[in-house]
Design a protein around this ligand. Structure first.
Ligand SMILES: [Zn+2]
Length: 500
C-alpha cells in the first residue's frame, strides 16, 4: 500500500477576457465544487465527473492510502490573481511538505490540473505548480497530472511531471476517466520502480475551439487513431488541441507520449504528429452571423426538434462573462418564436426579478454588465415567468453529478423569446440548467446557448441541427483576431493562415 498525495488547481485562462479570477472566483467555483481542503475534498467530489474523483477511485481500488491536499477550480476568465494563486498553491505546498516530513512520507503525487492557467506573475501556471511540487518531493517520488484537452502543454510541465494524461473528448465526458488514467501511470511507476521515457511535440498552427470538438472531424478520427497507436505500440499518447486564447509563448496544440521502449514510443509519436499536421485544413470552421443563424434555425427547428445555436464568442467556459447581448437583440429583432437563450449572467436583473415576483412585468436593462466597449444592455419589458434559487444537480453526460450553485435565477419572457438569467457565471451545457426554470429544451423551436462545444454532450441528441454563430464577444472563434504579443514566432494563427 502506497501513500498518495492528491491535490489540484484548475483554471483555463483567456488572457484577452474582461475579468480576472480572484480567490472568490475559486471559492464560488462557477459550477465546480469550490475550494476543498483535506478530507472535505472526498465528499465534495464524490459522484462527479471530475479528474481527481477518477484518480481517487482508481487509487482506492488498489488499496492505496490517500493524503488529500487542497483542490480548487474556477470558471475560465482572464488571469488568475497572484493572491489567489499563492493562497491555493501555498496550501498545496504546505500540505505536501507536512506529509513529506512525517515518518511515513509520500510515495507519489497526483495533481488535477488544467494546463492553460496564466497568472498575473506566471505565464505557465501549471509549470510553476509542478516545479514547486517537484522541489518538495524530490526526484525519487513519481509526480503525475491529468490535464484538460485545452492544455497548452509547456516544456516546464513535461520536465517536472513524470507523466501527464489529457482528456480525449470535447465535450469533456472523460474527465474522471482521465484522472484514473493518470493514477494508473503513477501506480505503474510504483509497481515497477521505473520512470517512462517522455516525448513532447508542439505544433505550429492554432485552431479555434469550436473546431476542436471530438464529435466532428478531424477530432473524431485523430482520437480514434490515438487509441489505435497506443494499443499497437504499448505506450501512452495524449493530444491537446490547446487553448488558443492564452497569449503566452508556448500557446498551442501538442502531442505528448510516455512509454518504456524508445523505438516504439517514437513510432507512435511520429504517426500521431504526422496525422495532426495533415489535418490542418480540416480544422477550418463555418461560422454564421447572428441573423443568418437565427433565420436558419427558425426554418429548420420545431418544438420537439429544436435547432441549437452556439453563441461561442461569449462562452463562459472560454473566458466570456455570459453577458453579451448580440444574439438576444437579434432574436428580438427577428421576432423569433418558441426561442430560449441562456445562460445570461446578470445578478442585478436576477435580483430585480426576485423582488418583483413571478408573473410581474417590468422594464429591464439586461446584460452587458462587463463594460466591454461596444456592448449595450437590452432594454425591453419582460415578464418574470419563473424564479429559481440556482441550486440543482446536473444530469447530462458531461456535468453529471455536478451540484450547481448559480445564485438567484429567473426566466424572463418578451414575446416569443425567453431568457434564462443566472447570477454566477457558468457555461450552458446541461439541460438541467433550463429545467430548473421550467423550460424543457426539446419543446423549444430554437435555443441559443452560451457555450462553444460542451453543450453538444447533452443537447446534440435532441437537436435538428447545431449552428455556430459569431456574435461579438471576448472568446473569439478565430484566434487570428486576437492581438497576440507573446506567442512564439512562426505559429500560424489559424489553420493554413498567416504566421505571427
Ligand atoms: Zn477544456
Amino acid at each position: 500500500m502506497a501513500r498518495i498525495a492528491i491535490g489540484g488547481m484548475q483554471h483555463e485562462t483567456n488572457t484577452f477576457a474582461p475579468t480576472k479570477a480572484s480567490y472568490l472566483a475559486f471559492e464560488q467555483g462557477g459550477g465546480w465544487p469550490g475550494i476543498q481542503r483535506g478530507d472535505a475534498l472526498f465528499a465534495a467530489l464524490e459522484g462527479a465527473n471530475i479528474p481527481a474523483q477518477g484518480a481517487i477511485e482508481a487509487f482506492r481500488a488498489q488499496g492505496h492510502q490517500l493524503l488529500p491536499l487542497t483542490w480548487a477550480a474556477a470558471s475560465p476568465s482572464a488571469h488568475v490573481t497572484q493572491d489567489a494563486f499563492e493562497s491555493i498553491v501555498g496550501d498545496i505546498e504546505r500540505g505536501l511538505r507536512d506529509a513529506v516530513d512525517r515518518a511515513e512520507g509520500v510515495d507519489a503525487v497526483y495533481l488535477d490540473l488544467h494546463g492553460a492557467m496564466v497568472t498575473e506573475d506566471h505565464e505557465d501556471g501549471e509549470g510553476e505548480i509542478l516545479r514547486r511540487v517537484r522541489s518538495i518531493v524530490g526526484a525519487r517520488v513519481p509526480v503525475v497530472a491529468s490535464l484538460d484537452l485545452h492544455a497548452n502543454v509547456t516544456k516546464a510541465m513535461v520536465e517536472h511531471a513524470d507523466a501527464m494524461s489529457i482528456y480525449r473528448t470535447y465535450p469533456h465526458v472523460d474527465m474522471a476517466e482521465t484522472g484514473a488514467r493518470a493514477a494508473f501511470l503513477a501506480m505503474q511507476m510504483l509497481a515497477t520502480g521505473k520512470r517512462p521515457i517522455k516525448r513532447h511535440h508542439a505544433f505550429s498552427y492554432l485552431t479555434g475551439i469550436p473546431s476542436q470538438c471530438t464529435f466532428i472531424e478531424p477530432g473524431k478520427s485523430l482520437y480514434e487513431l490515438l487509441g489505435r497507436l497506443e494499443q499497437q505500440h504499448g505506450c501512452y499518447l495524449s493530444f491537446a488541441p490547446g487553448f488558443p486564447m492564452a497569449d503566452i509563448h508556448e500557446c498551442g496544440m501538442s502531442v505528448i507520449a510516455y512509454g518504456f521502449d524508445a523505438g516504439k514510443l517514437d513510432q507512435a509519436m511520429n504517426a500521431m504528429v504526422d496525422a495532426v499536421e495533415s489535418a490542418e485544413k480540416d480544422f477550418a470552421l463555418e461560422l454564421f452571423t447572428p441573423q443568418d443563424a437565427i433565420q436558419r434555425a427558425m426554418q429548420l427547428g420545431s418544438p420537439g426538434r429544436p435547432v441549437i445555436i452556439a453563441d461561442t464568442q461569449d462562452n463562459p467556459g472560454a473566458g466570456g462573462n455570459g453577458d453579451t447581448t448580440g444574439m438576444l437583440e437579434a432574436l428580438l429583432a427577428l421576432k423569433a418564436q418558441d426561442a430560449c437563450l441562456g445562460l445570461l449572467i446578470d445578478p442585478l436583473a436576477a435580483e430585480r426579478a426576485h423582488e418583483a415576483g413571478q408573473g410581474a412585468s417590468l422594464a429591464f436593462e439586461l446584460g452587458a454588465t462587463s463594460g466591454l466597449a461596444g456592448h449595450q444592455a437590452v432594454r425591453r419589458r419582460f415578464t418574470v415567468e419563473r424564479l429559481g434559487d440556482g441550486r440543482f444537480t446536473c444530469t447530462g453526460p458531461m456535468f453529471k453529478g455536478f451540484r450547481m450553485q448559480l445564485g438567484k435565477m429567473a426566466l424572463l419572457r418578451h414575446e416569443g423569446v425567453r431568457v434564462a438569467v443566472a447570477s454566477i457565471k457558468c457555461q450552458a451545457a446541461d439541460q438541467a440548467m433550463f429545467r430548473h426554470l421550467g423550460v424543457e429544451p426539446i419543446q423549444q423551436r430554437l435555443m441559443v446557448l452560451k457555450s462553444s462545444v460542451h453543450f453538444r454532450a447533452d443537447f446534440q441528441p435532441i437537436a435538428a441541427a447545431v449552428i455556430v454563430a459569431r456574435s461579438p464577444g471576448p472568446a473569439l472563434a478565430d484566434p487570428a483576431e486576437f492581438a497576440w504579443t507573446k506567442l512564439r514566432p512562426g505559429v500560424r494563427l489559424h489553420p493554413l493562415g498567416k504566421a505571427i
